[in-house]
Ligand binder design. Structure first.
Ligand code: GDP
Length: 434
């Protein structure tokens, strides 16, 4: 039996989809614990490429049972589209994909509210994906949301939808174009019947899997620095992306977690607005963006690119209690003559080793860099630690030292088998959080 959490250690898009798929190879159960259809996990194998937004990446392994936990907000249209796309690609999901009755739904009114907010009408914009996720979480916290279990009850469903519509009209104006409420209700009635066989108590299902000594993966979306509490607030997502969010997001107690695996790129990216101290500009940023194909899987937006930020990773190691770090996209750095890492920040002339909480300080943070010679050789074919160029091994050793978390797995390409495993006895630093 084991319960492992997989969490993004940066600003999301770390390649968690590929790592979850890889680790699902020996998992019986995979559950998503937060976020909504704004996540875009891309998994490639053979000549196929799958983009998953809501359904756990573990679905691509035929023997795996997948759950969407109570911490996720669900857009039923997006879920149905994803289910159909998987079926068309030969991945059957029936009988092995289940949804928590306590998960909240994203309704057309949430999308409308988000578009309204992002137009600047209600304050500064965050650069969200415009899918209604923030408003759905807001309504969850203000106890106005519609949960999956309540969708199945016609009376509660109608009462909630009408209450939300009243609120939406107050927000956007009574003559704004909105989908007629009768049409929304008819659609939801159809959705309810389609969803009914998939609705379970995920907390109970996972407790039973633990009892049966099954191997369980809890999959996060976005990343630590987009977490509502521990990220660069207010430029964050609306949910708990950190490991603690896995416990509340599927209903499993912290004493049952065996491992917390952080995923980080060998450099850093961020999408949308907000502080990003290691950000690069000009040619170097462009090179990373092109080599790493740093465009959003959901929105196609170009991602901001920067160096690996060890300050940010230490923060992630601490708030998640990481027991190991997986480094992805090492191959993207193959052509660079020199590679830098942010080891600390300089803020108003002071050297700062840990992530500041103040937005003003973060905005003022200048990166302090350590620079390494690049390896200028392809790493994509490496499978053993010793196959990697010496400079690449040295780089990874230094990342491990700065992060204070052991690196056991390095991804060198998007394919399932493009990985370098590193045995524990090769070198390791004491894990944080143990
Ligand atoms: P996620 O949201 O954390 O799952 O990340 P994304 O799916 O948005 O981004 C990861 C992208 O990088 C996908 O297209 C992956 O196929 C790709 N990828 C993952 N690992 C590697 C790697 O080691 N090297 C390269 N070149 N691409 C990778």
């Amino acid at each position: 039996m084991s319960v492992r959490i997989i969490v993004g250690a940066q600003w999301g898009d770390e390649g968690k989809g590929k790592i979850v798929d890889l680790l699902s190879h020996d998992a019986d159960v995979v559950a998503r614990y937060q976020g909504g259809p704004n996540a875009g996990h891309t998994v490639c194998y053979g000549d196929k490429s799958f983009v998953l937004h809501l359904i756990p990446s573990g679905i691509l392994r035929p023997g795996t049972t997948c759950y969407i936990g109570n911490g996720v907000v669900i857009d039923l249209t997006a879920l149905e589209e994803e289910r159909s796309a998987l079926t068309r690609q030969g991945i059957g999901v029936d009988g092995r994909l289940f949804v928590s009755g306590s998960a909240h739904l994203i309704l057309p009114d949430h999308r409308l509210a988000e578009r309204h907010n992002e137009s600047g009408a209600t304050g500064p914009t965050i650069g969200t994906t415009g899918r209604g996720i923030g408003p759905a979480y807001t309504d969850k916290a203000s106890r106005m949301g519609l949960r999956v279990a309540d969708l199945l009850d016609p009376e509660i469903r109608e009462e909630r939808v009408r209450m939300l519509r009243e609120r939406t009209l107050r927000l956007v104006g009574r003559d704004a174009p909105v989908e007629p409420i009768e049409r929304v209700l008819e659609g939801l009635a159809r959705d309810a019947e389609r969803l009914r066989p998939m609705v379970v108590n995920v907390s109970l299902a996972i407790a039973s899997a633990i009892h049966d000594r099954k191997r369980i993966l809890l999959e996060g979306a976005q990343g630590t620095h987009l977490d509502l509490d521990h990220g660069t607030y207010p430029f964050v997502t609306s949910s708990s992306a950190v490991a603690g969010g896995a416990c509340t997001g599927v209903g499993v107690g912290p004493t049952l977690i065996d491992e917390v695996i952080g995923v980080a790129k060998a450099y850093a990216t961020r999408v949308g607005n907000g502080p990003f101290p290691s950000e690069l500009s000009g040619e170097l940023a462009e090179q990373l963006r092109e080599e790493g194909n740093e465009y959003g899987a959901t929105t196609g937006r170009p991602r901001r690119c920067g160096w690996f930020d060890a300050v940010a990773i230490r923060h992630a190691a601490r708030v998640n209690g990481l027991t190991q770090l997986v480094i992805t996209k090492l191959d993207v750095l193959d052509g660079l003559p020199e590679i830098s890492v942010v080891t600390a920040y300089s803020i108003n002339g002071r050297r700062i080793q840990e992530m500041p909480e103040s937005l003003a300080e973060l905005n003022a943070a200048e990166p302090i860099l350590e620079t390494f010679p690049g390896w200028r050789a392809p790493t994509g074919a490496a499978r053993q630690w010793d196959d990697l160029p010496r400079e690449a091994r040295r780089y990874l050793d230094r990342l491990e030292e700065l992060a204070r978390v052991p690196i056991r797995l390095v991804s060198v390409g998007s394919g399932r088998d493009e990985n370098v495993r590193r045995h524990a006895n090769l070198r390791s630093t004491e894990a944080v959080g143990r």
